[in-house]
Write a protein that binds this ligand. Structure first.
Ligand code: NAP
Length: 257
């Protein structure tokens, strides 16, 4: 149904085989598309291992999105044009996640916001000149952007900013025919998630309280991602779409079944 033949995706945020971005990579390739991956230097050997013999991966580039120069150089060195950009990046220093938000330092706030929210604007700004007409960009967010989630701390503030960036960027990208959306994923065990205090509690809640009576997995998110980046979603932009087994619509959960 979704045909990405001849389409190219630039995907940020693969750190391991559990990364949401890796599942999106697999699904873009399965739909016939090709992928250029952008990763952080410290995971080079893991990325090489993961991508070995995977057809459809056209290239690998190192980039730390904290730095304007690195993002600028990345886009200067990319060959060809792209139809899809995936921003699947989030980071908050352990020193911030380990303390209540009232104790977050200015330095940790800045680091969290630059990597987890501003990097979307930074990537979109540079990407404009390498995008084919009617391209699509997606990012990954979490419910804590709009609701209080114990343990998510300063990352909640960054996700709120990220969702706001999606809305703010939508008319700018839209003027050139491009779309941008966020997927608000339910909790999934990944490297980034393991840094969230009380993550097991958040995950454990899903089996009992969601309409689907299960947590989502990477594939659930990846399938929504390829839909949002495909022609089937041609009228959708600026949105935050929940892929969370329905958790976000629950008022009082049924915990007796
Ligand atoms: P993940 O595999 O750890 O992916 C996070 C990615 O962000 C990693 O590839 C990480 O690279 C990258 N990153 C962090 N700082 C970076 C920087 N300065 N420059 C470039 N890349 C950087 O975990 P994930 O769960 O798939 O997370 C992907 C996105 O989904 C994040 O935005 C996360 O908040 C969001 N999300 C996750 C869940 C969940 O429960 N897992 C739920 C909702 C939303 P390094 O590891 O090398 O730092």
């Amino acid at each position: 149904m979704i045909d990405f033949n001849g389409k190219r995706a630039l995907i940020f945020g693969v750190a391991s085989e559990t990364s949401i971005a890796w599942s999106i990579t697999e699904w873009v390739i399965k739909a016939g598309g090709s992928v250029v991956l952008v990763y952080q230097k410290r995971f080079l050997s893991r990325i090489m291992q993961l991508t070995k013999d995977v057809e459809g991966i056209e290239g690998l580039h190192e980039c730390d999105v904290s730095f304007e120069d690195q993002v600028k150089n990345l886009f200067n060195n990319l060959e060809g044009r792209f139809d899809m950009i995936v921003h699947s990046i989030g980071f908050a220093p352990a020193s911030a996640l380990s303390k209540p938000t009232i104790f977050t330092t200015e330095e940790d706030f800045n680091t969290t916001m630059i990597i987890s929210a501003y990097s979307l604007q930074r990537i979109a700004r540079h990407a404009m000149r390498v995008l084919n007409p009617n391209s699509s960009m997606i990012t990954l967010t979490y419910l804590a952007a709009t609701r209080l989630v114990d343990g998510y701390r300063i990352m909640s503030v960054a996700k709120a900013a990220l969702e706001s960036f999606v809305r703010e960027l939508s008319p700018i990208l839209g003027a050139a025919g491009h779309r941008i959306n966020a997927i608000s994923a339910g909790p999934i065990r990944t490297l980034a998630a393991s840094g969230i205090p009380g993550f097991d509690n958040i995950l454990g809640y899903m089996d009992k309280t969601t309409p689907l009576k299960r947590a989502v997995v990477q594939e659930d998110v990846a399938k929504a991602a390829i839909f949002l980046m495909s022609e089937l979603a041609s009228g959708i932009t600026g949105q935050t779409i929940f892929v969370d087994s329905g958790y976000s619509i629950v008022g009082v959960p049924n915990v007796t079944d």
